[in-house]
Design a protein around this ligand. Sequence first.
Ligand code: DHK
Length: 149
Amino acid sequence: MKPIYVLNGPNLNMLGLREPAIYGSETLKDVEARCLARASELGFAIDFRQTNIEGELVSWIHEARTKASGIALNAGAYTHTSIALHDALKAADVPAVEVHLSNVHKREAFRHHSFIAPAVNGVICGLGINSYELAISALASIITANKKG
Ligand code: DHK
């Protein structure tokens, strides 16, 4: 079984230090541990990565086309700016879920629009680390259903 790629974009390496009132006090390592535990319960492996570089996310999404069974993507601020990530997700053609720790709709207007949302199966936001766990659960269901169908 191919792993689920859990891809994290800019500034997510600063979790735990960065605006804890918004993003919580847990680190990206803590997020990875929770994702790993959830995926294991569901019989999936994960490949968990973070980059501050938009093009690297694009390349990882391309790679997912053949190497991953699905993608959970928190693209950070690139969510609100990147047509390149939208196009990469369309090209990848694997199940994908957009994830955010914070409720972007409760925040500044510039966070209300996502270029990624139209290119993914679903969007989960505002639930802290639970957003990631829910994305993995949703992907596991979609991948399993696709196999049966
Ligand atoms: C993370 C970021 O870095 C922001 O740029 C997004 C997202 C929201 C999050 O909530 O996980 O606007």
